[in-house]
Design a protein around this ligand. Structure first.
Ligand code: GDP
Length: 472
């Protein structure tokens, strides 16, 4: 009704226009940006988004090929609980102290750099687990170039291993497997490789392309070779950034320190961050007063792929928030203020996720080519049967992707993945956990549960046929 008043058009006309787009709306419903634009165009109006302008006003330098230089890879570690993620990260950190530095890590800062004996550098995100990885991605901060997935050789490929694999694949980040605990008497690395191959993940010595290495995070055996394989993978990715410009990157974590104020750990991804730079991170801004590495050493500048803790922001940004450096303090402050204001005004999240009911409208808008589904079930048999049936519903127009499937309840991690990948969640004879339900409500993720296979297939087919008929 608000837009009807603005355009001086009867509200019923707006409602019928929405219906022609396959969208049933009420007078008081909020419309998203895309719909507003299309509806306004129908009546020869153009929409000007003041909120959207905030983001667009950040001008980013476009790098030329000559400006780009090689940068270190950024790595994160995932895997099932107790398979050795923390042990591996600890081992790497203790064995690869950057030359000239003394003393241990003074405090956990969420990320650190290591320099290998060969002189090559690697940046590690020390927030192991695919939940942290995907939570950052859901906020727009994709930082890891390569994921190490740890699998204990005295155990099996476990549900969280599978989740980690799906999360890495959904992000399009290459995986290197670390088959761990080979010092244990019952370790059987070949069994792990066989289980991976059964999931269509062929490691190199099984004739595939995925790198893997047998290690012991306890004795250190194989860890150096694992890191060499990681570097090889990085070389193939040809990772480059321009170090000579205003810095851009992502917030890894932030906290309020009693003595020092807000401390933010950030990863510089492009440009070089210097003391005195004016920074905008999420809805906070400030002048970088001090920079430290993970050992508490003072730093004056930090180039691409360098994690640093900084002091000077006027608040704690969230993990995954992007940061930018500005020439002008006023501009950074203004955008931060606008963002805060916008957040206060918007009781509704701006980013809506796909729902089954909405598929028809989205395809009518012409930008919807893939339907991502996360599928959880009570037994393997039904999960496989549904996977097959869902995939068969793919058409030339819409590809159905099962981005993750597994046996067990719908977890928070599933919801995070759905949020980061704009997916719907289908549960067969399983329900979301209490926390997953809350998170799904918050993130506006469509969770559908079924107990009859045909109902699930029919619903999806109906939704997809809806989108096909709406296209005509
Ligand atoms: P996370 O939950 O994946 O971070 O696993 P942790 O690193 O905490 O390891 C879980 C347990 O396995 C700890 O008791 C470790 O000491 C042990 N562990 C980790 N790696 C190895 C290994 O290579 N060999 C042996 N024998 N034990 C290991």
């Amino acid at each position: 009704s608000e837009i009807a008043t603005m355009m001086n058009i009867p509200v019923t006309n707006i409602i019928s226009t929405c219906m022609s787009l396959g969208m049933m709306v009420t007078m008081n419903q909020r419309l998203d940006a895309e719909t507003l634009t299309i509806v306004a165009e129908e009546f020869d109006y153009t929409v000007n988004f003041i909120g959207a302008e905030v983001e667009e006003s950040i001008e980013e330098h476009v790098d030329t090929v000559e400006e780009l230089e090689l940068r270190a890879p950024v790595i994160t570690v995932m895997g099932h609980v107790d398979h050795g993620k923390t042990s591996l990260l600890d081992h790497i950190r203790e064995e690869n102290v950057i030359a000239g530095e003394s003393g241990g890590i003074t405090q956990h800062i969420g990320a650190y750099g290591v320099q290998l004996k060969s002189g090559q550098k690697i940046a590690f995100l020390d927030t192991p687990g695919h939940e942290a990885f995907t939570a950052m991605r859901a906020r727009g901060g994709q930082v890891a170039d390569i994921v190490i997935i740890v699998v204990a050789a005295d155990d099996d490929v476990m549900p969280q291993t599978k989740e980690a694999i799906s999360h890495a694949q959904a992000a399009g980040v290459p995986i290197v497997f670390a088959i761990n605990k080979i010092d244990k008497p019952h370790a059987n690395p070949d069994k792990i490789k066989e289980q991976l191959s059964a999931m269509n993940l062929l490691v190199e010595d099984w004739g595939g392309e995925i790198q893997s290495h047998n290690i012991s995070a306890k004795t250190g055996e194989g860890v150096d070779e694992l890191l060499e394989k990681v570097l090889l993978e990085a070389e193939m990715l040809d990772l480059k950034a321009n170090p000579n410009k205003n810095s851009v990157g992502t917030v890894v974590e932030a906290l309020l320190d009693k003595g020092r104020g807000y401390v933010s750990t950030i990863l510089v991804q492009e440009g070089t961050l210097k003391i005195g730079d004016y920074m905008l991170a999420g809805k906070h801004s400030g002048k970088v007063k001090a920079m430290f590495d993970e050992r508490g050493n003072n730093m004056k500048a930090a180039g691409p792929s360098t994690p640093v803790s900084i002091l000077g922001l006027d608040g704690a940004p969230q993990a995954g928030d992007r940061f930018h450096v500005f020439e002008d303090e006023k501009e950074a402050k203004q955008i931060a203020a606008k963002r805060s204001q916008l957040q206060r005004e918007q009781s509704v999240r701006t980013q809506r996720h796909i729902t089954l009911d909405e598929i028809g409208r989205r395809i009518a808008l012409g930008d919807f080519k893939e339907l991502n589904i996360i599928l959880k079930g009570d037994v393997d048999g039904s999960v496989e049967a549904l996977t097959d049936s869902f995939q068969k519903l793919s058409t030339d127009e819409i590809q159905v992707n099962i981005i993750h499937k597994g046996v067990g309840a719908i977890t928070e991690s599933d919801v995070l993945l759905a949020s980061a990948s704009d997916a719907i969640i289908v549960g067969f004879n399983v329900r979301p956990s209490g926390n997953a339900r809350l998170l799904a409500d918050n993130e506006e993720i469509d969770v559908r549960t079924y107990s009859i296979i045909y109902d699930a297939i029919n619903d999806l087919r109906d939704a997809m046929e809806g989108m096909l008929s709406a296209e005509i």
